[in-house]
Design a protein around this ligand. Sequence first.
Ligand code: TPP
Ligand code: MG
Length: 425
Amino acid sequence: MFAPFARFETDAPVPGDADTDWAALAAEAVAAAMGADGIRGPVHLNLPLREPLSGPLPAVLDAAPGPVPVAAASDAVVLERGPRTVVIAGADAGPAAEEVAYAGSWPLIAEIVSGARYGRLLVHGYRRLLRAEELGGRVERAVVLGHPTLSREVAGLLSRTDVEVVAVRRGGEALDLNGRTRAVGAVGVAEGERDRVWLGAWMEASAAEAVDLSEAAPDQGGLFSPDPEARGRAVKAELDAVRRPLDRELLVDAVWRATWPHDRLLFGSSRLVRVADAVLGGKKVPVHANRGLAGIDGTVATGIGIAVASQEGGAPGVTRVLLGDVALLHDVGSLLLPADEPAPRIQVIVGNDGGGTIFDALEVAGVAPASDLDRAFYTPHSADLAALAAAYGWEHRRVTTRTALDQVLVAPVAGPQLIEVPLER
Ligand SMILES: Cc1ncc(C[n+]2csc(CCOP(=O)(O)OP(=O)(O)O)c2C)c(N)n1
Ligand SMILES: [Mg+2]
């Protein structure tokens, strides 16, 4: 399954059995990893050793490696401004996507996990706009950075043979959905006239798609009204707002708002990442996801790794993981923290809807008998997350309102926290 990702692989001989030039082998592997053939990525070396697998290091490892050749910059291309272009930022795209969009004055379609969801050219509600004949239908060229996975609309665009797709590949999987995608190392933009009409059409449509989830400001007139009935209504409205149970949109909005540039946000492959992608606006904060094959496995472990790495050297910030209950339970073993490692400043925020509700939106949900769907897709459970947290020494908080969630999110985080948010199926 992973073989196509490896840039280089070999089975090395056992040391001492053959006359191997180890330094040359290492240099070859590193060069391949750095993109000697144009694409960076992992390399796979099988290094067999004899028992007892312990002892002094052989002298060969003392030799300092020479300089590593890095992929030539010649695979960078300069794009003419001409065609009607959009920039697509998928998982791991990073700030480069926003820079390309800005340089070209092209609309930026940035998935929530792209790390490029910010800037003036960001497109809100991109799924609907890609479906619109006068916008998505008229795209002539798509510049892709990272690995888009979140929507059928983007996959549909990149599959169109009448769209010129330029894919910036810095590693990982190749991307060619329309059979004529050009892979490049980097893109620049040529001087020239910007297409104001094209950009303007997108920006206007985008503005109408922006979602505002903020609470209405308190009704000052009502709260201080001389009419007791009006006052009563205003007070009740305030209390209702405070007690309003959390739903998925309010949950992702609260976490997005609480996240700052020194924080980290990791999305699991649950329903929440799609809700976040649909409703959240622009913000320049670091976002991560294991989007490759959208696995729910290893999400907690990934979050702990990000937390520990990002707090190295006393750096501030909190790592927040936003995932579903099944994704948490799949990786619950990762809650076990090694005793001699630094405690991660991490908030694992679980939207608990009692199973995998992402499947309720599949076509099969409309035709399969409900009990079959539940058994095979929803996979209901009644795991006690508070007890699990206690077992692994994590602080557990269960929050049901926006106010309570906001308080938990802004409070200082000393050690690992499991924040459970009950959600309706
Ligand atoms: C390793 C792995 N196994 C199975 C799947 C299929 N899968 C995708 S989402 C999902 C359930 C997710 O449930 P939950 O985390 O509770 O999120 P929800 O959809 O309820 O928000 C499953 C089993 C997967 N993506 N990865
Ligand atoms: Mg769930």
